[in-house]
Design a protein around this ligand. Structure first.
Ligand SMILES: NC(=O)c1ccc[n+]([C@@H]2O[C@H](COP(=O)([O-])OP(=O)(O)OC[C@H]3O[C@@H](n4cnc5c(N)ncnc54)[C@H](OP(=O)(O)O)[C@@H]3O)[C@@H](O)[C@H]2O)c1
Length: 230
């Protein structure tokens, strides 16, 4: 049975990715920082006859990531997929000129450095054919200039994209594919009720990258299963 670790999977896009990978027969390691929400969510999936294990993990805390890896290693011998989905948007319509150091650091810690630390910790469980998917945002695109709606958030996603390319290069010889994807503007707590996309539309490209995309596809940024600019 294939295994997939999904961070921030207690709700929103992460939960939808978890549900869809469960339905495709994966053993989902549902990681969440809130133990109550995480274990409740995993139990709900298990009651639907899916194979799902709750993993407590706060991606902004490297000790928590290490402990999650220790716990997972006692239960499974290999990991096929890592999906770095956990994310926060702490600034809204704020100018880059007013962004505080603490807000910028905590956004980067969760959205970018946390994702890298998760990969570093769990990589020993991954073999040739592994897939790493970073849930990024078009807010991180810089090819045609920067988005300004939430500068700290957008900078964190640009950083996540840079991490994606670094990891893709570092892991090419090991046959592990690393890609970033943008879910679009999705109806979740982060996206708000006015967003045009459903969670299942938002999850689609990540699920495709985890399961059906060619293994040779690596080092790309995608939306709706198609490459977009960095
Ligand atoms: N919604 C959109 O329109 C949109 C657009 C582009 C990109 N994205 C990206 O899609 C991903 C999922 O977002 P969403 O819309 O599903 O947002 P959401 O509903 O707010 O869910 C975010 C998830 O991340 C978790 N999380 C936050 N900080 C964490 C931490 N330190 N450790 C572990 N988990 C943490 C949250 O856990 P708690 O329940 O504990 O808070 C929650 O499960 C994010 O990376 C986001 O940037 C979303």
């Amino acid at each position: 049975m294939k295994t997939a670790l999904i961070t921030g999977a207690s709700k929103g896009i992460g939960l939808e990715i978890a549900r869809e990978l469960c339905a495709k027969g994966y053993h989902v390691l549902l990681a969440a920082r809130n133990p109550h929400a995480g274990s409740e969510t995993a139990s709900r999936l298990v009651r639907q006859k899916y194979v799902c294990t709750f993993v407590p993990m706060d991606v902004s805390d490297s000790a928590s990531i290490r402990e999650a890896h220790r716990q997972v290693s006692t239960k499974i011998q290999h990991l096929d997929v890592i999906i770095n989905n956990a994310g926060v948007m702490l600034d809204h319509s704020q100018s880059i000129l007013a962004v505080s150091e603490s807000l910028l650091l905590s956004t980067l810690q969760t959205n970018a450095i946390g994702a890298l630390t998760v990969v570093q910790a769990f990589l020993p469980l991954m073999q040739r054919g592994g897939r790493i998917i970073n849930v990024s945002s078009s807010g991180g695109q810089i090819t045609n200039g920067a988005s300004t709606f939430a500068p700290a958030y957008c900078i964190s996603k640009t950083t996540m994209n840079a991490i994606t390319l670094q990891l893709s290069s570092a892991l090419a010889s090991e046959g592990i594919a690393v890609n970033a994807m943008c879910p679009g503007w999705v109806q979740t707590e982060m996206g708000g009720a006015g967003a045009p996309r459903s969670v299942s539309q938002g999850a689609d490209t990540a699920v495709w990258l985890a399961t059906e995309a060619p293994q040779s596809l690596t080092g790309k940024f995608l939306r709706d299963r198609k490459e977009i600019s960095w």
